[in-house]
Design a protein around this ligand. Structure first.
Ligand code: DMJ
Length: 675
């Protein structure tokens, strides 16, 4: 025997093994034991030959008998084996089908999509048995079928897996959903009276809602009016891309940009619009910017409300529509950075946060915050908690709502416009409006109630009471057309002033009625949307000013709508188009589409800048010179054009209103399905 260890010891290069060489005498012992195959075969044959004929016959008979027995028992065992195998497969399937149910019923700390993406498409759910695919399954309407080449397989796999999960929970859900939805025509409110907070019953923590939005019917083709919206969007996007890429807002006339927070506001606000309009290339390009250039670690002051509704809301809805965890990661980042705003003596958040330094403060001139601002961030933070499993976001914003719920200073449910961050009390008492500084407080009461599965009765109470307050104190009719409008109340005096912002209200009222609130909410919605339309139709350019004053007394030669010089600008706002969308969805009355179409044409006529983009204008009363302002607000892409596109669609599943709730910046977030 020779050991290589010696060579190693002799200084040859280091080896991590020992090799052994055997000498020939050790392979075959001379004259010793021989076990070769040939030798063994020869000796067996010799033994067989030495047997008598009888002995050989008996042995052959025994072999034949054993062979026959073997064949018979193999056939019957086969049957047993087959049925056993099937049973075990069935058992396995049942277990796998139950698995997601158990998993869904048990809120996870981190959502599955994240895990999936962390593994680059290596999903834990892939172990689930995929149910047989029903014929003609589509991934939702064609315009929701953006298939990014790079991520296509990943998204498809996710969609298939999610669909499997969806199928499994569907049966459970249908019954409950049917119970909770009552048509607006029924005046009875029958919310689930459970007092348990929705968070404890959430069953769908782990996934984005993109699959829930899918239906299995033929995609509805895009019509001409929708194509016109796509064209308008592309034109606006061209301006942004050419002159303002990555900046907050386009200045289309000077072909430059303006910064507010320096966070690519227009780009983020427009992400889900591109997804809904089916603008795949634009979406992919914007996504790259978010992936590579969107950085929140910046020494910059942002407004809590604006960055919540536009950035956090935009990222969350894009995450839900696309299933791409990049957007959830970014949403978590900004969500965390906004949290210092809630560190106040009263827990009523400050208006401004430095997202790089983690400090927050009120505006320089006051320690007040705006009521609408502190009560219109809830949909987004609650959803962020649901997705991340981190309750701190939800707790912070729920606390604000609970506080405002019991606060004195309201007038039949109507709230003042300011609240102090030190004392937690309303300030500037006695002024009530549905316009600037209070508007979305009312909107979010209803929408949070819907988001949470219609269980949070305090929200519903506050909403219903406030609408009664509107009816009692703020509704009047104008002359000569007797338009019902929402005015303002200042220290007991009624003012016939109505902001364009108030035009969110018909849509919100219609949404409430659709969700079971009194039928007279829908009646009011119908009269108010007519008024909002007249705020456009009675003006020379066919575009509404920022604020109108209604005539309460008939005067010869006067219309219902009067406009003060300081109020005659138009900022490309969405509220009327938003309400038209809800009204069309819930009534199917084509006049709402026609009104929206008129408005789009007037935007094209008076606000479109030939080199790209649309601009706010200073004077809606001067068609020959509307005085362009050189600014395209991010909400024109985030809201106005999105609602236009949805208004012109006849596909109720294109953002189904029983599945999604729009935040106040038109970013759809999923309605939580009650367990
Ligand atoms: C948007 O930022 C939101 O709709 C907000 O609620 C009100 N102002 C603008 C649009 O007008």
């Amino acid at each position: 025997m020779y050991s290589g260890a010696a060579a190693a010891a002799a200084g040859s290069p280091r080896r991590d093994f020992i090799f052994v060489t055997l000498g020939p005498e050790e392979v075959v012992g001379v004259g010793g034991y021989n076990n070769s195959k040939a030798w063994r075969r020869r000796s067996c044959w010799r033994k067989w030959k030495q047997l008598s004929r009888l002995q050989r016959s008996v042995i052959l008979f025994l072999f034949a008998f054993l062979a026959v027995c073997g064949v018979i028992s193999y056939t019957s065992m086969g049957e047993t084996w087959k049925s056993m195998t099937n049973k075990s497969l069935d058992d396995q399937r049942t277990t796998e089908q139950e698995m997601p149910r158990l998993k869904l019923a048990n809120p996870a700390v981190l959502p599955a999509p994240q895990k999936a993406d962390a593994n680059h498409g290596d999903y834990p759910e892939l172990s689930l048995q995929k149910p047989p695919k029903p014929p003609h399954v589509h991934r939702g309407p064609s315009n929701l079928q953006i298939k990014a080449p790079r991520r296509d397989t990943r998204l498809k796999t996710r969609h298939d897996t999610m669909r499997a999960v969806e199928e499994l929970v569907k049966a459970d859900k249908i019954e409950k959903t049917e119970k909770s939805i009552i048509s607006w025509r029924g005046a009875v409110i029958e919310p689930d009276q459970s007092t348990e907070p929705p968070s404890s019953k959430i069953t769908e923590l782990e996934k984005p809602s993109s699959v829930a939005a899918e239906d299995q019917k033929e995609p509805v083709p895009i019509n001409e009016r929708q194509l016109a919206v796509i064209e308008a969007f592309r034109h606006a996007w061209k301006g942004y891309k050419d002159f303002a890429w990555g900046h907050d807002e386009l200045k289309p006339l000077s072909k430059s940009y303006s910064e507010w927070f320096g966070l690519g506001l227009t780009l983020i606000d427009a992400l889900d619009t591109m997804w809904i309009l089916g603008l795949k290339e634009e979406f992919e390009e914007a996504r790259k910017w978010v992936a590579n250039d969107l950085v929140f670690d910046k020494n910059v002051d942002v407004n809590l409300f604006e960055s919540t509704i536009r950035i956090l809301g935009g990222l969350l809805s894009t995450y839900h529509l696309s299933g791409d965890s990049l957007f959830l990661e970014k949403a978590k980042d900004i969500g965390n950075r906004l949290m210092p705003a809630f560190k106040t003596p009263s827990k009523i958040p400050y208006s401004d946060v430095n997202i790089g330094r983690g400090t927050a403060h009120p505006p320089r001139w006051t320690s007040d915050s705006t009521v609408a601002e502190v009560t219109s961030i809830q949909l987004e933070f609650r959803e962020l908690s649901r997705l991340t499993g981190d309750e701190k976001f939800r707790k912070a914003v729920d606390e604000v709502m609970k506080h405002v719920h019991i606060l004195s200073g309201k007038n039949d449910g109507l709230v003042p416009m300011f609240i102090n961050t030190n004392s937690g009390q309303f300030t500037h008492l006695g002024v009530y409006t549905l316009g600037a500084r209070a508007d979305s407080y009312y909107e979010y009461l209803l929408k949070q109630w819907i988001q949470g599965g219609k269980k949070e009765n305090e929200l519903l109470e506050d909403y219903v009471r406030a609408i009664e307050g509107v009816k009692k104190h703020l509704l009047q009719r104008s002359e000569p057309k007797k338009l019902t409008f929402v005015g303002e109340l200042a220290h007991g005096h009624f003012s016939a002033k109505m902001d364009h912002l108030v035009c969110f209200l018909p849509g919100t009222l219609a949404l409430g009625a659709h969700n079971g609130l009194a039928a007279d909410h829908m009646k009011l919605a119908e009269t108010l949307i007519e008024t909002c339309y007249q705020m456009y139709a009675q003006v020379e350019t066919g575009l509404s000013p920022e604020i109108v004053h209604f005539n309460l007394h008939a005067q010869k030669g006067h219309k219902d709508v009067e406009i003060k010089p300081a109020d005659r600008h138009n900022l490309l706002r969405p509220e009327t188009v938003e309400s038209l969308f809800y009204m069309y969805r819930f009534t199917g009355d084509k006049k709402y589409q026609d009104w929206g179409w008129e408005i789009l044409q007037n935007f094209n006529r008076y606000t479109r800048v030939p080199t790209g983009g649309y601009t706010s204008i200073n004077n809606v009363q001067n068609p020959s010179n509307p005085e362009p302002r050189d600014k395209m607000e991010s909400f024109f892409l985030g809201e106005t054009l999105k609602y236009m596109f949805l208004l012109f669609s006849d596909d109720i599943d294109l953002i189904n209103l029983d599945k999604y709730i729009f935040n106040t910046e038109a970013h759809p977030l999923p309605i939580w399905v009650p367990a």
